[in-house]
Design a protein around this ligand. Sequence first.
Ligand SMILES: NC(=O)c1ccc[n+]([C@@H]2O[C@H](COP(=O)([O-])OP(=O)(O)OC[C@H]3O[C@@H](n4cnc5c(N)ncnc54)[C@H](OP(=O)(O)O)[C@@H]3O)[C@@H](O)[C@H]2O)c1
Length: 235
Amino acid sequence: MRVVIVGGTSGIGLATAVRLAAGGAEVVVTGRSRERVQAALKQLGDQASGQAVDACDTDAMRALFAGLGAIDHLVVTVTRRGGGGPLSTLTRDGLLDAVEGKLAPHLLTAQAALDVLAPEGSITFVTAASAGAPFPGIAALAAVNGAIEAAVPGLAVELAPIRVNAVSPGVIDTEWWSEAGDAARAAFFEAAAASSPAGRVGTPDDVAAAIEYAVRNTFVTGTVLTVDGGGRLKK
Ligand SMILES: NC(=O)c1ccc[n+]([C@@H]2O[C@H](COP(=O)([O-])OP(=O)(O)OC[C@H]3O[C@@H](n4cnc5c(N)ncnc54)[C@H](OP(=O)(O)O)[C@@H]3O)[C@@H](O)[C@H]2O)c1
């Protein structure tokens, strides 16, 4: 089984690569930073390979897949950090940045992989539980993630027998939060854990387990799997 994880050098993508490689898969991880690709490969061992490619560069992604040849499964995790904040502060540039950094590379990476993806294979997108939750201050991010989730059922029919799913994480302790700074990040995680029925924030492997399920279970398609510790619910 050969799996390409676009955004596989950190956080949820790297945890997915670790899991799938441990289960015997040949994994190919990508990210923009060559150093992070190399660091990930040290962790992943002989079955893994990787390339530094920006998923927002559709031509480069087409060249990547043409060079790789046949693959069985595709996982896409990439995102940018912009576009957060209340509606009153949202700018056109911020909104388009969120679209260009997540919605566009998710759908266009899937398109770029179609020629090499096995008919019995799968595509798994990584969205966000905020898409369906009443959280203030994230309308643009919720809209972008909701747009990917909205595409899943139709793509599962359009691309069948290729399966198409999304995994929708809640608050997960990854590098994504590093820009907030250590103190703000710790305070946010503490508050998120306190308001979550699970009583904690998630680990990258919590989400990777759901991605592995979507990849391996041949009867799962057109589905959005929420992995958020119940954080979208009022406790
Ligand atoms: N962490 C959370 O609490 C949380 C919650 C809900 C949803 N999510 C979603 O989960 C997904 C993964 O997030 P994460 O928390 O695992 O983040 P992360 O630790 O920052 O990992 C992101 C990965 O994507 C790569 N990447 C980003 N932009 C890319 C691009 N344009 N082209 C190629 N690779 C790119 C990064 O490598 P380079 O930087 O080297 O490119 C890295 O490998 C995201 O879509 C995020 O929205 C996360």
